[in-house]
Design a protein around this ligand. Structure first.
Ligand SMILES: Cc1ncc(COP(=O)(O)O)c(C=O)c1O
Length: 387
């Protein structure tokens, strides 16, 4: 074995000894909030296809049409030949959907955060960054790339944020606040109206990730940023979750988008989204604004699950969305529960440190509008037995 394999073998052994070795299994989503894994059908409480759009006939048809018309690849980054008429039209449509002046499409949410944050911080040398403790790994990657000074505030604790802004922000030449409108492992979010007032009061730029709210929450599924129009300078969101496609966006001012096209390395040096992905997103935007009934159903499912967990005496944190954590504490308990569900034909990921804080290991339940109340009751019955 060569030197690299030896070194990596040691690392893998260390991960395995810590009980954290992951070996993903091939899975395919099926209609009705189900999934196929190695020949067996499961109730899928793991994937983020919250509206069931990934298998919607309109998205599939428009992806197919786009590929037939324009091919399977975009050929280059947008600065070269990757900007098609369809991509430009999609960005205009997204801006209208989000209520912003402009929008830019990125290849993934990870890339959007990791590319946008360093580009923004390059424009404000010495800026102090204030990040919720639970912001996504891709934002941390962006901050690390920027070499930024970072102050973390307790999750959704806006009093703590204000105290930090007053203490650490006043002397800095600029301030940036990073948050999510719905957090991926907790299904909760900050009071965005208050957050935006705090940002104004401290002359801070507000950056909000709407990966889990886009399509699901806010007026016509436009995300929670739509409830505070004009108050968030940088809104980021993804297409790979409720919109059933792939890729991500950053929405804000025209100047922000013009700047990112020129300064965000992850956009300048990366191939633009392919035609099929653009076709599918465009079809999703035809459907999402009129899916209030699906959104109401999803809300009702979340309420039903939280009430059921409450009845079982199991904490579900401050979840207010389609993401409901079943918090069991110990890592081993979360693993056992996930395995018990698997045996009963249900996929629900066990989430453990370092993804979540110590002693808050959990199952992360991701509900979909394609689930029924009976599906949630089945889940509760299995949880009741296993717990
Ligand atoms: C809050 C948040 N931001 C960004 C991302 C990354 O998005 P993508 O999967 O499109 O790379 C995710 C997805 O896991 C997420 O949960």
């Amino acid at each position: 074995m060569g030197t690299l394999d030896t070194l990596l073998g040691e690392r893998l052994a260390r991960i395995e000894r810590a009980g954290r070795l992951r070996q993903p299994r091939p899975t395919r989503m099926l209609p009705g909030g189900r999934a196929l894994r190695e020949g067996r059908e499961y109730l899928d409480f793991s994937s983020n296809d919250y509206l069931g759009l990934a298998l919607h006939p309109l998205l599939i048809e428009r992806a197919r049409e786009a590929a037939a018309r324009a091919g399977t690849g975009s050929g280059a980054s947008r600065l070269v030949t990757g900007l098609s008429e369809e991509l430009r039209a999609l960005e205009a449509r997204l801006a209208a959907f989000k209520g912003t002046e402009a929008a830019l499409v990125f290849a993934s949410g990870w890339q959007a955060n990791a590319a946008t944050i360093p580009a923004l911080l390059a424009a404000m040398p010495g800026a102090a960054v204030f990040a919720d403790r639970l912001v996504h790994a891709s934002m941390h990657a962006g901050l690390a790339m920027a070499g930024a000074r970072q102050h973390r505030f307790r999750h959704n604790d806006l009093d703590h944020l204000e105290a930090l802004l007053a203490e650490k922000g006043a002397e800095a030449p600029a301030r940036v606040i990073l948050a999510e409108s719905i957090y991926s492992m907790d299904g909760d979010g900050p009071d965005l109206a208050r957050l935006s007032v705090i940002a104004r009061r401290h002359d801070a730029i507000l950056y909000v990730d709407e990966a889990h709210a886009t399509g699901v929450l806010g007026p016509r599924g436009a995300g929670l940023s739509a409830s505070v129009p004009g108050a968030i300078e940088v809104i980021m969101g993804t297409f790979g979750k409720a919109l059933g496609g792939f890729g991500a966006y950053v929405a804000g001012s025209r100047r922000l988008c013009d700047y990112l096209v020129n300064a965000a390395s992850g956009m300048v040096f990366s191939t633009a989204l392919p035609p099929a992905a653009i076709g599918a997103i465009d079809a999703a935007l035809d459907l999402v604004p009129d899916m209030d009934a699906e959104r109401a159903h999803l809300t009702a499912l979340g309420d039903r699950l939280r009430a059921g967990l409450n009845g079982l005496g199991v904490p579900s944190g401050a979840s207010v969305s389609q993401i409901v954590p079943v918090i069991v504490g110990a890592e081993s308990a979360a693993m056992r529960l996930s395995e018990a569900l698997l045996a009963d034909g249900m996929l629900a990921s066990a989430i453990r440190p370092p993804t979540v804080a110590k002693n808050t290991s959990r199952l992360r339940i991701a509900l979909k509008a394609t689930h029924s109340a009976a599906d949630v009751d089945r889940l509760l019955a299995v949880l009741g037995r296993a717990l």
